[in-house]
Design a protein around this ligand. Structure first.
Ligand SMILES: *Cc1c(COP(=O)(O)O)cnc(C)c1O
Length: 386
């Protein structure tokens, strides 16, 4: 297909040649080696050590959250975040249909049911306006909060996910949550460094979750964190993620069935070093996004995606929107770029189209289905921008 050829030619004219270009690879070169080596030299590699505390302090300071709790990965952070927000077995939780499967899995891990909702073409994230119409038609507000009339279940929480780093339209979503008595848990796994109205994503809801997996804007190898402005909630999250052990010099007393979700000190050391460079990384990502936007500005048939109004996006992943929702065309672009060693990706298979989640309640999803056939993610490593 012509369009696939054009896209490959333009990418080739901009990107370095000679080796395959991954969708996203980490960039080291700061204090990573020094801090990790210190863990090994001192023997503090595992479940206790000063880097965990330091990582939590640095994350809170950087995001403006009152508190941060480091976890073994982002999915674990989301699981505990939902628990902290009061999600119980048998509840429903509103989740965008366009997301990575971890968002829905964390809901399942609570024994709750994901309820898939529509996304916006402006942010690629949850659409609060369409969600309002959906809730107006479907829900009843009662003593226990918001009830789904069709399933009889409580809708306990909503999980906006800031797709590829682009902030969800939070102001109307927060108003909606307030009106319906629905708790908000932000999946900010992709959006460290992204701001909405000048405030950090992940700090709007009752609790937010970050990820430091190897393909995120900064990495701790594997890792995650909860963010919250409620310090009591954060203390409780820390307790639940560290086997609910009561502090004592030698006794092992655990006061509830909890989780071993703590981040090892070794990983925290890597995370601390990476976080020192986050603003430089965001600046580089934004330069890369500007370069892609210019590269594709005048190519008919494609639209380089641009951050939504009122947002500063970290542009974790850059993407093109094909102007026609044509799965074959999208696949031709993916194939042609892969043949050239440009390891592009589609968006995730929509959650309601995965057999594991096909039975879940959902609203009409025309925008998500349209976007699924149009999104092509481009190589977006921090190292690709000067
Ligand atoms: C990366 C990611 C997570 C968490 O992933 P982990 O690999 O468990 O750290 C959750 N949600 C979204 C949308 C993500 O992209």
């Amino acid at each position: 297909m012509e369009i696939a050829r054009d896209i490959v030619d333009r990418l080739r004219s901009m990107l370095p040649a000679g080796r395959p270009l991954a969708l996203h690879e980490p960039l080291f070169g700061g204090n990573e080696w020094r801090y990790v080596k210190e863990c090994i030299d001192t023997g503090w590699v595992s479940s206790v050590g000063s880097y965990v505390d330091r990582f939590e302090r640095d994350l809170a300071r950087y995001t403006g959250a009152r508190a941060a709790v480091a976890t073994v990965n982002g999915t674990a952070a989301l699981h505990i975040a939902l628990n902290m927000a009061g999600v119980e077995a048998g509840d429903e939780v509103l989740v965008p249909a366009l997301t990575f499967v971890a968002t829905a899995n964390a809901v399942s891990h609570c024994g709750a049911h994901p309820h898939f909702v529509e996304v916006s073409e402006k942010s690629l994230g949850l659409d609060p306006h369409r969600l309002r119409s959906h809730l107006e038609a479907l829900c009843e507000r009662g003593e226990r909060g918001c009830l789904n009339r069709e399933t009889g279940r409580r809708i306990a929480a909503v999980v906006p996910m800031h797709t590829f780093g682009h902030p969800v339209e939070m102001t109307p979503l927060m108003a909606l949550c307030e009106e319906y008595g629905i708790a908000m848990v932000e999946d900010a796994a992709e959006s460290l460094g992204s701001l909405y109205n000048g405030l950090h994503t992940g700090t709007f809801g009752k609790v937010g979750a970050l990820s430091f997996n190897g393909n995120k804007i900064i990495t701790s190898g594997a890792g995650g964190a909860l963010l919250s402005n409620d310090e009591a909630l954060a203390r409780r999250a820390k307790h639940l993620t560290t086997t609910a052990k009561l502090p004592h010099a030698w006794e092992f007393v655990h006061d509830e069935v909890a989780y071993n979700y703590r981040l090892p000190n070794l990983n925290a050391a890597l995370g601390v070093a990476q976080l020192e460079r986050i603003e430089e990384f965001v600046a580089r990502k934004r330069r890369l996004a500007a370069a892609y936007q210019e590269l594709f500005a005048d190519l008919p048939g494609v639209i380089p995606f641009h951050e939504p109004e009122g947002a500063r996006s970290n542009y974790w992943l850059n993407c093109l929107l094909l102007d026609r929702a044509d799965g074959e065309m999208r696949d031709a672009v993916l194939r042609a770029t892969h043949e050239e060693g440009l390891l592009t990706r589609p968006a995730w298979r929509l959650m309601h189209r995965l057999p594991i989640y096909g039975h879940c309640p959902r609203m009409e999803l025309p925008v998500a289905e349209d976007l699924e056939a149009r999104i092509v993610c481009l190589p977006s490593s921090v190292g690709l921008a000067a």
